[in-house]
Design a binder for this molecule. Structure first.
Ligand SMILES: Cc1cc2nc3c(=O)[nH]c(=O)nc-3n(C[C@H](O)[C@H](O)[C@H](O)COP(=O)(O)O)c2cc1C
Length: 295
């Protein structure tokens, strides 16, 4: 059933399907083309990454592209969104892991079934978390879907979900001695509204490891820069992953300078090709990251 659901989604998004096929073929037949320049290496939520450009959730929805994404030169991969219906199939794929020596950190982005609200939505997230936590390098609770917006304004609901996920993560940590960083993915408006600030404060209060910040691709870089700096002031030591409208290295550098620890790409991969990160990094002086000032 979940296989069928994934198939329908890709048929509605043909450019996405093409990207998936290319990454899968690279995974099976390609040689690693990533640039292993140690100057791009950095840390994200305590995980070592070869470069700060990750593949955003929505392309590899069930964890079948790890080899291709690693070989194509991405620093990390976010699988999902995984829902209770697709969690078991994602688990089986993640369990296999990647080819030794080329694997990159794999985050799993989870979500309840889109129509669920209240307690049903909480149990949807928890079902997914229980299934994927043992196989994820980091976990993301996806709050960025438009269907989730009303729910995440309910602070009590958010508090309850975060504390139960952290509790579950800590149980697994005690049993396995493996601590999985937890993040939330939220869409923010340029002016950073009160509800969004409250949500970020809540992440800070629950000592989350990361926030994936989706900002509109339409706004100019200066606004992304100001927004990320504001968010960094709120979340402080929590790592920020910035996503939205990133297509060249100048933007990557801007977002990192504004306080992000890493970025993710999505639409530009569909329009410019799956090897985008390697082409972004190819001609860059790594020291550019630290020196660059936003224009
Ligand atoms: C067709 C499509 C499917 C997506 N599916 C997901 C998803 O399942 N989970 C998720 O967290 N984000 C999903 N996203 C959002 C992307 O991960 C990303 O945050 C967003 O597209 C902004 O990045 P961009 O401007 O580079 O496209 C999807 C986006 C698109 C266009």
């Amino acid at each position: 059933m979940s296989k069928l659901l994934g198939f329908r989604f890709y048929m509605r998004n043909l450019r996405l399907l093409l990207a998936v096929i290319k990454l899968w073929l690279i995974g099976v037949f390609g040689a690693p083309i990533s640039r292993h320049d140690s100057s791009f290496q950095t840390k994200l939520m305590g995980l070592h990454i070869n470069n700060p450009i990750g593949l955003a959730a929505g392309i590899d929805r069930i964890g079948v592209l790890l080899n291709g994404v690693s070989k194509a030169g991405y620093g990390f991969l976010e699988v999902g969104s995984v829902t209770p219906k697709s969690a078991e199939i994602a688990r089986k794929n993640l369990e296999k892991g990647g080819v030794d020596g080329i694997a990159i950190p794999v985050g799993v982005n989870i979500m309840s079934e889109p129509g669920d609200v209240g307690a049903a939505a909480i149990s949807g997230y928890l079902v997914c978390a229980r299934i994927v936590l043992p196989f994820a390098d980091y976990l993301v609770l996806n709050f960025s879907s438009p269907k989730r917006c009303a729910t995440i304004d309910d602070q009590e609901w958010v508090e309850q979900l975060l504390s139960r996920v952290i509790e579950m993560r800590d149980e697994i940590w005690t049993k396995t001695h493996r601590r999985v960083p937890v993040a939330v993915k939220i869409t923010v408006s340029p002016e950073l509204g009160r509800a969004q600030c409250k949500l970020l404060e809540c992440c800070q209060h629950h000592a989350l490891d990361g926030v994936v910040i989706v900002s509109s691709a339409e706004q100019d870089e200066e606004r992304h820069y100001r927004l990320l700096s504001k968010i960094k002031d709120v979340v402080k030591q929590i790592d920020i992953i910035s996503v939205g409208g990133i297509a060249d290295y100048q933007q990557v550098a801007n977002r990192l300078n504004a306080g992000a620890s890493a970025v993710q790409v999505f639409s530009s991969v569909l329009s410019r090709g799956v090897l985008l990160p390697s082409s972004m990094l190819r001609d860059v002086d790594p020291h550019f990251i630290g020196d660059h000032e936003c224009e």
